[in-house]
Design a protein around this ligand. Sequence first.
Ligand code: F6R
Ligand code: MG
Ligand code: MG
Length: 380
Amino acid sequence: MAVTLSDIKGDVGSIAGHVKPHINQIKAAERVLKGATEKKVIHDFFVSRVGDDIHMVMLHENGEDAKEVHETAWNALKAATEEAQSLGLYAAGQDLLKDAFSGNVKGMGPGVAEMEFEPRKAEPIVLFMADKTSPSAFNIPLSKIYADPFTTSGLVIDPRLHDGFMIQVLDQKMGDVLEFSLPEELHDYLAIIGDLVRFSIKKVFSKDKKLGIAASVSTEKLSKIAGKYVGKDDPVAMARAQSGFPAVGELLQPFMTPYLVPGWMRGSHVGPLYPCSVDEANPTYFDGPPRIVALGFMIKGNRLVGEESDPQPGSHKPVDYFRGEEFGYARNIAMNIATYMRQHGPFMFERLPEEEMEYTALNEVLKRIFEKRNIKNKNR
Ligand code: F6R
Ligand code: MG
Ligand code: MG
């Protein structure tokens, strides 16, 4: 029986800045998803969060892009928006760019990562939720995981991984999806994926057809949808682990190096990816640094299984991998990098290059500067 794992996420309001949702918003989303389990639209779920983003992780049998599942998530975000409005929270409903649901949340504001597969006898999953960054934040870590034998020793040692992986890359500028077979096309791949403004990883597949999909990333860009700066494109990635896929430890290793990613403060700055637990995922220093949380759980038939085995749908507590002190090492390095980067203030490359600033408020400022001086520039 094939199942689909969907994470649909959005920022629909938070407390005192873009920091964290109110517990009533989380409960409102949970109530809607619970209702969907009773109507058998989804089998199981849990709601989590990173920074100001609410994540709805749902297990079902309706496939990717299923109207009823997307509508459930949309309704949950609307319910969380109503809570935000009644509590007077900041940026209530921010990521809901349309008034009414129309078939699929893609293009409507929320971010979506989904994968459909036949679960193995034991199916470990790792979910990566990020805040204050962009979909391309996953370009380096996922390249390390699926294409670098110095990270994933299974690429060398384990015959089930030895042939490598197939990676799909989205060209954010043109909308094309490019496929790369690794390691054979590694150098072509790196020539493309190194551009964190234009390209982002969409999906990864095992070359073993029986195993199928390995990972999926949300690639929605809010600003591209709205045509102006309306909020952040904070992404999510999900990956299957072990027995032919990278081990959990191989999936987590790249996050010990706080790589620089785009999208910090006002979606306009570059900062290091700071690995932390859900409880610590409150961006404080210059609205950051960009946060990454990793959650582990199992899929058993049509159930999710976390570290506490309460059989109620929605009640699962996944393993919070970055809670441990090991990743305290990465947090210290990240804070050194973050304070160093902040010394540059509004200068590149702490501030993002122009292409990525196209839809930010800076564009408006630049327009005024040129207009005041009667300089006509068609590009602005
Ligand atoms: C939002 C975010 C923040 C905001 C910043 C300005 O998730 O990334 O860095 O961009 O706090 O927010 P506004 O424009 O709402 O005052
Ligand atoms: Mg936000
Ligand atoms: Mg956010």
